[in-house]
Design a protein around this ligand. Sequence first.
Ligand code: EPU
Length: 338
Amino acid sequence: MRIEENYSLRGYNTFRLAVKGRWFMEYESEEELVRILRDEFFQETRSLHIGSGSNLLFLNDFNGIILHSAIKGITVVGETDDSVVLRVGAGEVWDDVVDYAVSRGWSGIENLSLIPGESGAAAVQNIGAYGVEIKDVIETVEAYNRLTFEKQAFSNASCGYRYRSSFFKDERNDPYVITYIHLRLSKTPRYTLHYGNLKALAAACSPLTLPDIRRIIIDIRRQKLPDPAQTGNAGSFFTNPIVPSAHYEALKKTYPAIPSYPMDGDRVKIPAGWLIEQCGLKGKTYGQVGIYDKQALVLVNLGEATGDEIALVAERIRTAVAERFGIKLMPEVHYVES
Ligand code: EPU
């Protein structure tokens, strides 16, 4: 177990903001987690559990306890002729898990290559890219209730997965701390290639292999998204808005090229990046904050931006999109106040 005071969180938020946590506690096992949860000081102090902070916007220093999992390990806990089940520690770097699966020929998560973050947070957030969401392969989630100290296994259905959301993301269910996730992967190749130009890019490979798909996805991401190791960012800043079909049809009259994805319940998802670009904001910079020139949905820290400055630019974007399209963008990034 590691406990630090006034700890720099620069390495724990991919915006690379120079903020501090009053305390930082890191545990390496479930036993250590339970020791922390039972601790009186912990119970009386405000706390925030983080992964690698790839979806966080710290507005100030955090005047409480930052809790971080260093539970590692990837093991095979189930196997059939057709599939394997991996048990993955919440503190495993997500892309290492993808690499592990791809190198063994197990498919299901290759489209989620290079998504920043750790495995526990990936399951909270229901990460998704290129036609795949982690919910498609989650079998079970092991979590501790921080109020009762009891461990619970959640089936996929009880995780309440939705677009970029889950039961665990809901503030009312905040007491749960995920320690392990179980992923069911296919031993026979099952590729998802329907998103964008994936099929066309894959057609150049014959025969098409899992490592090919991982490489193609990595190439696409590198072309469109800034590398957080070089330029602070948190991926998509907003979720793609889902609007009633009638709203979309009305917009289509003025903007015939508006991209859209049909959803259930007579609703349509519209790419927020397109809406922001139409407002003329793509590539603009405001002080130390930029709207990324290759993908308008991403805000970047050009060096020494503060969380407040990024939040102000986000507000400017929301206002522009609301005025022009009558659509309220919602941050995908979680704002953390002191
Ligand atoms: N578009 C524009 N201008 C832009 C950006 C996008 O016109 O500046 C248009 C594109 O031309 C395309 C559409 O918007 O028609 C969708 O763009 P893209 O394929 O880049 O995907 P996205 O909807 O912007 C989502 C996820 C990404 C994920 C990609 C690929 C959300 C909020 N974002 O982005 O996830 O990588 O699809 O599946 O759902 C993340 O969550 O951090 C993230 C990066």
